[in-house]
Design a protein. Sequence first.
Length: 238
Amino acid sequence: MKLRQWRIWHRWLSLLFGLQLVVWSISGAYMVFFDLSFIHGDHLVKKLEQPIADNALTSPVSWVLEQHPQATSVRLMRQWVKGSLQTVYRVESQTGTQLLNAESLEPVTLDRMDIGYIARQHYTGNEETKAQVSYIEDRPPGELNPALLPVWRVDFNDLAGATLYFSATTGELVTKRHNFWRLFDFFWMLHIMDYQDRVDIETWWLKAFSIANILFVITGMALLYFHFRPRRRSRQAA
């Protein structure tokens, strides 16, 4: 092709697809700049060590299995219930997960106040930061995996916009979110061009724009060639 044709192709490709190159650059820079542990919100929570005392009163595991013969997993753990740290059994089965008082084997149900107290134990921020506790059973926000439902959501009124999610049945921390993670998720959506689920890295949008930007680079290299190639002297000049 002649120089003029290369310029037309380069101009139109830059207008139609050059913006996505800028988006890829900005989003990629953001995702590389921040450490993943920070994005995951590890700094928002502290690791709680809750060892079980040797003299703790517990019923034998065999009693738990007699009461719940369909159990697939039984684990002894410590959990905050009604403001005190109690020893409980975490029982998993095909029908779900539940907590049992380790001594009486009575079911343990966590309410809003329990989750609020548990969240305070995990949270690393200012103890005076206000928090709002809400229960989510269906229609989760986009930042939460629906497979984790039902959960308790605890929103802290801090600069990071920290949100902690806890299992509704066991009170265990299942995930954590904050504004930097939300911005990371937004940039990830723009980067892979999956504007709905934000998980598909092989969308046709991504493939089409990648091919178009390769053509954009090729036309740019062609223009460089025409600009720097040795020019032949005309016969008259010769």
